[in-house]
Design a protein. Structure first.
Length: 374
């Protein structure tokens, strides 16, 4: 059996090596390393794939979130609501810009931001909501968009884990993760569902004005060369990364299907297990399984993880500490116990190997390794 990894990017590369190598070589031959043809080609193809009117390629997903917040013209003291159970980047950029992160609890089943908690957290200072489509499944956008509309708030979707996930509205309209709020952000970090070979990210919007503003911010606040109308940053997607992504985008649907197939295998194996809750599926969103995350019930999760590692099965804890309990984000407004669902999840989640190259022999081995230890 092939060694089991959380993510197997080597094998994935071997399967598309010719196209990748050709794409990278073409960039080197052209010497257009920044803002080259590879970037505009990928941008156009991603616009077509997602249905977003504008795709703005940037340096990484964290920058995407930061540029999005900068473009909305928020001022220090403005409040931005975000879930406490997520990767740190979401709150980090809010804090960096001097805005006030307001964290809220998540739902036990979907692990996504709780709509009820968002409603309760809104104040006169609230300006934006940043829902995270955690692990590859969209948060309840229809409800969140209704709240945002009623209170005149922006929505910036953190779709860093959810590219390709499709959300269905009550009227049957379907939209992709990242294309529903005013702005959507995604990451091409290597292990993400659409990953490049270094750092990369993109911003989505359907708003022409915001798009122009964000393009300028990502490029030193510059539209006309050496004339700076706003304070910006330097955050661009390299041409070499764009060339890699352009090849991999053609395989994205196939990659999603491979992840979903592995997830179905796990689902069936663990169905109705007394100590295992498999990822709950939202009726409104497809799940692209950036992570396949179990909730363990009455199990010593950390001991289980160690035992699995000894058996050659890697497993990860996303995320062990909610934002409100992180040292850098200590805040008199929040105490341990304030967000019981997130705290409970942090203590019981376990993410299993999930990638596009998992074969049945490996899946069987993983499932048996877990079963034997329960
Ligand atoms: C990966 C990720 C980010 C940040 O993306 P980078 O490209 O690593 O900067 C932000 N939010 C979430 C939820 C992520 O998973």
């Amino acid at each position: 059996m092939k060694k089991i990894q959380m993510v197997d990017l080597q094998t994935q590369y071997q399967n598309i090596k010719e196209d990748i190598d050709r794409g990278i070589q073409a960039v080197i031959d052209s010497a257009a390393f920044i803002k080259g043809a590879a970037v505009s080609s990928f941008q156009a193809n991603l616009e077509q794939y997602t249905g977003a009117k504008h795709v703005i390629p940037v340096g990484n997903g964290t920058d995407a979130l930061q540029i999005a917040l900068m473009a909305l013209g928020l001022k220090p003291g403005d409040e931005v609501i975000t879930p406490t159970f997520t990767f740190i980047a979401t709150a980090e950029v809010v804090a960096l810009l001097g805005l006030t992160p307001v964290v809220v609890d998540v739902d036990w089943d979907t692990m996504n931001i709780s709509v009820e908690a968002v409603k309760k957290a809104i104040t006169k200072k609230t300006k934006a909501i940043v829902p995270v489509h955690l692990f590859g499944q969209c948060a309840d956008m229809e409800e969140l968009m209704a709240i945002a509309k009623a209170h005149n708030l922006y929505i910036i979707e953190d779709a860093c884990q959810a590219i390709g996930s499709v959300y269905r509205f009550a009227d049957g309209t379907e939209k992709q993760a990242g294309t529903m709020g005013e702005i959507g952000c995604t990451s091409f970090f290597p292990s993400k569902n659409l990953g490049c070979y270094g750092d990369g990210g993109a911003i989505f919007t359907n708003d022409d004005e915001l798009a122009a503003k964000m393009r300028a911010i990502a490029n030193h606040g510059m539209v006309v060369r050496y004339y700076h109308d706003t304070v910006g940053v330097n955050s661009r997607l390299d041409s070499i990364q764009a060339a890699v992504l352009d090849v991999k985008l053609k395989h994205l649907d196939e990659y999603i299907a491979a992840r979903q197939k592995a997830a179905t295998y796990y689902d069936n194996a663990f169905a109705n297990h007394p100590h295992i809750l498999v990822p709950a599926r939202s009726e409104k969103s497809s799940h692209v399984f950036h992570q396949y995350t179990l909730r363990l019930v009455d199990v010593d999760r950390d001991a289980m993880r160690e035992a699995l590692a000894e058996a050659g099965v890697p497993a990860m804890i996303y995320y062990p500490v909610p934002l409100h309990m992180q040292k850098a984000y200590q805040d008199a407004r929040y105490q341990v116990g304030d967000f019981p669902v997130a705290e409970r999840l942090a203590a019981c989640v376990l993410s299993l190997p999930m990638h596009t190259e998992l074969d049945e022999e490996q899946l069987k081995y993983i499932v048996e390794a877990i079963g034997e230890r329960l």
